[in-house]
Design a protein around this ligand. Structure first.
Ligand code: XMP
Length: 327
């Protein structure tokens, strides 16, 4: 699609049939644009880049090179799922890079939220660019840009870091097959492409990942506490019918400790903050009324199973005055 504006009369993709028609149309357009050249994609495993990957695999097969950079700030099981779905099942050409140590070294001691975001985004791009330089004959860069990204970019509210911003000397022609779609349409298209439900209906996850939920300067022990507590929260929300009902839910771990007691001994450990919110457009949000018994159960699990944690707090604040993320 050459057009950069979503036409007012564009049909909203709500059914499998409409998705199939869109996919066919895009496959033809992608083949026309890419020809026999190679195209590169930073595949995070989020809905948008996954849909773009699946579409490009159909359109140009092995001409697509997917690079999955594990920046060490992903949720538990995510890098493994990317490898399973794209390399093992869809037979994609996938380069997997574990940049965890490199990212965490770079972030050591960085406390300012915007600086953290910049460091994560900058280092991510650097790793991706290094991989791209190793590849020969790439002429196109595919991106999972969607319509709301374009609108938010125009409003300039927060520096969202996705795959853009490669070094000046790396000039690729952009391939953005879903840039006119709203998120709900991307999900319908993803389902029609055969992606697993837990990828397609995944809650939003920020580019800087768990990095903005491990508050202040990131340390490995607190990052692990965020990842493990997030896993418990997601498991319990799924078991109790809240998955797919609550828009976004996650945990954050601040950089201070408090006194507690476990097995008759004093502890000095971190709190875990639970956040669960609903919104239409992420510009304002309300707090989900999570049943108290469930919160008590989650608290019991987190304090028993997650190391270095002795307290659980629930964030009662809507947006505004808070933002959804803590940083
Ligand atoms: P806030 O915290 O601004 O978040 O109320 C609104 C929504 O945006 C997500 N978010 C991000 N997504 N890169 C992203 O791709 C980012 O840097 C980023 N910061 C926040 C957040 O998870 C929420 O869904």
């Amino acid at each position: 699609m050459a057009n950069d504006r979503r036409p007012d009369d564009m049909v909203r993709i709500t059914t499998n049939e409409l998705a199939d028609a869109f996919i066919e149309e895009q496959i033809t357009a992608l083949r026309e644009q890419i020809g026999s050249k190679k195209v590169l994609l930073a595949l995070s495993g989020g809905v948008d880049s996954s849909v773009v990957a699946a579409m490009l695999i159909r359109a140009v097969g092995q001409q697509l090179v997917c690079v999955h950079v594990n920046h060490g700030l992903l949720r538990k099981g995510e890098p493994e799922q990317v490898i399973e779905v794209f390399r093992n099942q869809m037979k994609a050409n996938l380069v997997y890079v574990d940049a965890t140590d490199r990212l965490l070294d770079k972030l050591a001691g960085v406390t300012d939220p915007e600086q953290k975001r910049k460091s994560i985004g900058g280092e991510f791009i650097e790793v991706f660019a290094e991989e791209a330089r190793k590849l020969e004959g790439i002429e196109f860069l595919a991106q999972g840009t969607i319509w709301t990204d374009i609108l938010e970019r125009e409003k300039g509210i927060k520096a969202h870091h996705n795959a853009g911003g490669l070094p000046e000397d790396m000039k690729f022609e952009l391939v953005e097959p879903i840039k006119l779609l709203f998120k709900d349409e991307v999900r319908v298209v993803g389902k029609a492409l055969g992606l697993p439900d837990n990828m397609v209906y995944r809650q939003p996850f920020p580019g800087p990942g768990l990095g903005v939920r491990c508050l202040g300067a990131i340390t490995r022990d607190r990052l692990e506490a965020v990842r493990e507590s997030d896993t418990i929260l997601r498991e319990e929300f799924a078991k109790n019918g809240l998955e797919g009902k609550v828009w976004q839910y996650f945990t954050a771990v601040p950089d201070f400790r408090s006194v507690g007691v476990k097995d008759g001994k004093r502890t000095f450990a971190y709190p875990v903050i639970i956040r669960a919110v609903n919104t239409k457009d992420a510009m304002t949000a309300t707090v989900e009324n999570v049943p108290f018994e469930l919160l008590q159960h989650i608290t019991a699990r987190i304090t028993a199973e997650v190391e270095n944690v002795n307290r659980v707090l629930f964030d009662l604040t809507p947006k505004p005055s808070a933002t959804i993320e803590w940083e």
